[in-house]
Design a protein around this ligand. Structure first.
Ligand code: UDP
Length: 503
């Protein structure tokens, strides 16, 4: 792989990456770190042992490929109430424990500073949830690049809500309004926007800090690609006033081997439960494009009533399906799903994956013809990259905005009809009925001209995604640009220009 240099510079550029401890932030930040290492940057990723276990095999493979990359471990300090060994925020983490993880991470601030001093990097890439790292970088006189999860699109939409407060001008939760100031006229209802825009929450305070540190950062890194949301990338730069580089799709750029794809985001190379290895044989037995892949990311927990509706919706939809049910605790819901799993396996209609699925491998499989997603941005980009249309079922975070991008702007998805934004830790009372699930899948997998058009559009975007990371592509150029800029910054630091005398 090419290493990007600038004239007069011979020393290797050194970077520290500090990913946040939830899979949906950890996974892409580690991918970005690996892309930098792939292009000649010396990379150290700082994290805790349990989080490192999730990606260490990829780092070891990269090191054996001759890349200069390693993990630096820190122990998460003990705080009262945080169970031993819990270092991650995911679907199984209750909100009170997630807050304890946050508290423990904040105790690490002095240690992070100390490690930064000790490792003496030329720049730092840290997750948005470490706002204080912008000051730590300033102390060292080096740039901090912020990793901002989500899309440019969603950030522009949320900025518009903060700035113009259109949601305060409607009378009810169900009334829709336009989001002002965007290149495309977009409508959303008040019930679909995150709670923090309506009532200050603890998260509003966190996001205020994130925003302040974003503006103080040298620039930001995103994981999508220009053809996906170009006009919003430009708008974001104007809004935030910093530089920004879009360097994706990060998943396919760095996970090119089957072993990388299989282990991504998961310590063990195989998923658990009855889907173990079975999913591949099952998909192999299916016709091209005939299977719906159903997955709701790493943070979601459906109540039992919703699981039952999904199960029936899938069983009755008339299409084969591969459903990642995730980790389900003992109880009625699990007992129901176990029975359901046996039944659909016997009828050969479906396959269930319990625990973590090797999503990149699944999306690559020719039997998969469409995806039902909660609009988590990682999954969305991976799905677009694979050239597959989607059923959108947004749940929390910025997912309802992502749905608008996929349905209204790009026209590559069928909305299931979700009406209410939820917190990731509290599902709320909106249950999606089986009929709606089946109807959306019928539209996704249908044969009409509209469905064909949707497939053609997403295939074209997939081509653009592939081009973006090739030499001369938009993401390739962005990466080259940011690396050269970091090198120039380093050179200037080493050889400061003589101060011009005042006239
Ligand atoms: N993922 C996976 N297997 C799973 C669940 C998730 O590989 O069983 C990966 C998926 O490929 C994506 C990330 O985890 O990269 C989930 O991020 P996303 O933004 O889609 O959703 P979130 O977890 O933030 O809700």
């Amino acid at each position: 792989m090419e290493s990007f240099g600038v004239e007069g510079e011979s020393e290797t550029l050194k970077a520290i990456f500090l990913p946040f401890v939830s899979p949906s932030h950890l996974v892409p930040v580690v991918d970005i770190a690996r892309i930098f290492a792939m292009h000649g940057v010396d990379v150290t990723i700082i994290t805790t042992p349990a989080n490192a276990a999730v990606f260490q095999s990829s780092i070891d493979r990269d090191a054996s490929r001759g890349r200069s990359i390693r993990t630096h471990l820190v122990k998460l300090p003990h705080v009262p109430g945080l169970p031993e060994g819990v270092e991650t925020v995911n679907a199984s983490t209750p909100m009170d424990i997630a807050l304890k993880v946050g508290e423990a991470l904040s105790l690490l601030r002095p240690q992070f500073r100390q490690i930064f001093h000790q490792l003496n990097p030329d720049f730092i890439v840290s997750d948005m949830f470490y706002p204080s790292t912008v000051d730590a970088a300033a102390e060292l006189g080096i740039p901090r690049l912020i990793y901002v999860g989500g899309t440019y699109f969603a950030h522009c939409a949320m900025d518009s809500l903060e700035r113009f407060e259109p949601h305060k001008k409607v009378d009810s939760e169900d009334e829709s309004f336009f989001i002002p100031g965007l290149p495309y006229n977009l409508e959303i209802t008040r019930s679909q926007i995150p709670e923090r825009f309506k009532t200050p929450t603890e998260f509003s305070y966190i996001m205020k800090k994130v925003k302040e540190s974003e503006k103080k950062s040298y620039g930001s890194l995103f994981k999508s690609f220009y053809a996906f949301e170009g006009p919003y990338e430009e708008l974001y730069r104007t809004i935030v006033g910093t530089k920004s580089w879009n360097v994706g799709p990060v998943s396919s750029w760095v996970n090119q081997d089957v072993s990388d794809k299989r282990s991504r985001g998961h310590g063990k190379e195989e998923e658990e439960g009855n889907g173990k290895a079975g999913w591949l044989a099952w998909l192999d037995s299916k016709k091209k494009g005939s299977v719906v892949y159903v997955c709701f990311g790493s943070m979601n927990n459906f109540p039992d009533t919703q699981l039952v509706e999904i199960a029936h919706g899938l069983e009755d939809c008339g299409h084969d399906f591969l459903w990642v049910v995730g980790k389900i605790n003992e109880g009625e819901g699990r007992a129901f799903l176990e029975e359901f799993g046996k039944r659909v396996e016997a009828s050969n209609k479906g396959c269930l994956i319990w625990g973590w699925a090797p999503q990149l491998l699944i999306l690559d499989h020719p039997a998969v013809g469409g995806v039902m997603t909660h609009c988590g941005m990682n999954t969305v980009i991976e799905t677009v990259d694979a050239g597959l249309p989607m059923v959108t079922w947004p749940l929390f975070a910025e997912q309802f905005f992502n749905e608008r991008l996929l349905v209204d702007v790009l026209k590559i998805a069928v909305p299931i009809g979700a009406k209410k934004w939820k917190s990731w830790s509290d599902f709320g009372d909106e249950i999606m009925e089986r009929g709606k699930i089946g109807d959306a899948i019928a539209l996704l997998m249908g044969e009409g001209e509209e469905c064909e058009e949707m497939r053609r559009r997403v295939k074209a975007l997939s081509q653009e995604a592939k081009k973006a990371i090739q030499i001369g592509g938009s993401s390739y150029n962005s990466l080259k640009d940011v690396i050269q800029e970091m090198k120039s910054f380093k050179l200037e630091k080493l050889n400061p220009k003589d101060e011009k005398p005042l006239a």
